[in-house]
Design a protein around this ligand. Structure first.
Ligand SMILES: NC(=O)C1=CN([C@@H]2O[C@H](COP(=O)(O)OP(=O)(O)OC[C@H]3O[C@@H](n4cnc5c(N)ncnc54)[C@H](OP(=O)(O)O)[C@@H]3O)[C@@H](O)[C@H]2O)C=CC1
Ligand SMILES: O=C(CO)COP(=O)(O)O
Length: 346
């Protein structure tokens, strides 16, 4: 078994470190906070982000990146999207040998409109890792920490790299599939957070199960619409990183995006919500990026546009739902008819 560095000691980095440790790897969990590294090494717990989980002894925390990545064969980058460029630059300045590079971050960058693997490729010369691998899918850190059955997908432009990552992570509790469609895998993981905000808002307004099912299903339709226009395979959105992650994020109080939406639905304002969360709510910045993408590519994304109005234009969630419900009439399978042709045109 090899030495692996996990960069980012939030909820997800800590849970992934546990999976790798269960697979008998020598795991080096890097945090930018010295006091957090000391706490993890002393107590074998990450009190702020995953307090109920006891970490195995083969997870060792570091606050010095060059010590954390010394002689590692793989690096797992798992910080919020906002920090990806900064941590990638630190990694580029520190790394002096080739590694398998995996990221597990779910987001899109506003303005540049880049996916996370594209951001990494812009900051770290691909000569050091070949092609980036993304790990994504329905996986709350709290449940992975409890070793509950979980399934995820790894994807890369180089499928051999994805298979390497599959071998590092797979075990009896954590089943890992491969998928060659990195565009679809990354977009599914990023865009579902917008819909999870919407599901939380709907629950905050006490709109019940019908409304939430509508958001998940029509949310999937608009995710697939944007994704296919960007080159993704539409079938990826029917998989773990599409509908799978939508279900887990839109229906669970573990989800920070759902919880943030829930507070918005109950009438709190965005700044208050983010302050109370104390953890990353990726859907907020991703809504901005997806709205910019949809506008620039002329793709219809009514739910995303509605959530954009609630987050950034101070429109009332209830009014936005009313607007969504009274839009012009549509054919449910419009997207399929353009992909599959005559059989779906009626
Ligand atoms: N939690 C989950 O269940 C899952 C999360 N993800 C994704 O994983 C990514 C990370 O999320 P998650 O771990 O949950 O987030 P958390 O909010 O739990 O933790 C974020 C971590 O990143 C650290 N961080 C922030 N900025 C920097 C920086 N500039 N340099 C170094 N470290 C930094 C934070 O440090 P500090 O304490 O100092 O702020 C904190 O340790 C997100 O994209 C999320 O969508 C994916 C699947 C599941
Ligand atoms: O991506 C996740 C589960 O798959 C976690 O979602 P949240 O960031 O909303 O908690």
């Amino acid at each position: 078994m090899g030495k692996i560095a996990v960069l980012g000691a939030g909820s997800w980095g800590t849970a992934l470190a546990l999976v790798l440790a269960d697979n008998k790897h020598d795991v080096r969990l890097w945090t930018h906070r010295e006091e957090q590294a000391q706490e993890i090494n002393k107590t074998h717990r990450n009190g702020r982000y995953l307090k109920n989980i006891q970490l195995p002894n083969n997870v060792v925390a570091f606050s010095n990146m060059s010590e954390a990545i010394e002689d590692v064969t793989a690096v797992v980058l798992v910080v919020p999207t906002k920090a990806i460029r900064e941590v990638s630059i630190q990694l580029k300045d520190t790394l002096n040998h080739p590694v398998t590079l995996i990221h597990a971050t779910k987001g899109l960058e506003p303005d540049s409109l880049k996916r996370v693997s594209e951001m990494i490729e812009e900051e770290i010369p691909p000569a050091l890792y070949g092609n980036v691998v993304v790990l994504s899918g329905p996986s709350h850190a709290e449940e992975v920490g409890e070793r509950h059955p979980t399934t995820v997908t790894v994807s890369s432009k180089d499928i051999e790299k994805a298979k390497k990552a599959q071998d590092l992570f797979i075990n009896e509790n954590f089943r890992v599939y491969t998928n060659p469609d990195i565009v679809g895998v990354e977009l599914g993981g990023a865009l579902k957070n917008i819909i999870a905000l919407g599901a939380g808002i709907s629950d905050g307004l006490d709109y019940g199960d019908n409304a939430k099912a509508a958001l998940i299903t029509r949310g999937l339709a608009e995710i697939a619409r944007l994704g296919t226009s960007m080159g993704a395979n539409p079938l990826t959105f029917a998989g773990l990183t599409g509908v799978g992650d939508l279900i887990v994020t839109c229906t669970s109080p573990h989800s920070r995006n759902w919880r943030a939406g829930n507070m918005l639905g109950k009438g709190y304002d965005l700044d208050e919500v983010l302050e109370q969360m104390g953890m990353v709510v990726e859907g907020v910045r991703t809504t901005k990026a997806a709205y910019q993408l949809a506008t620039s590519q002329n793709i219809e994304m009514p739910i995303t546009s509605g959530i954009h109005k609630v987050l950034f234009n101070q429109e009332k969630a209830k009014d936005v739902v009313d607007q969504l419900m009274t839009r012009g009439k549509r054919h449910e399978m419009e997207d399929l008819s353009s992909i599959l042709g005559d059989r779906f045109t009626y």
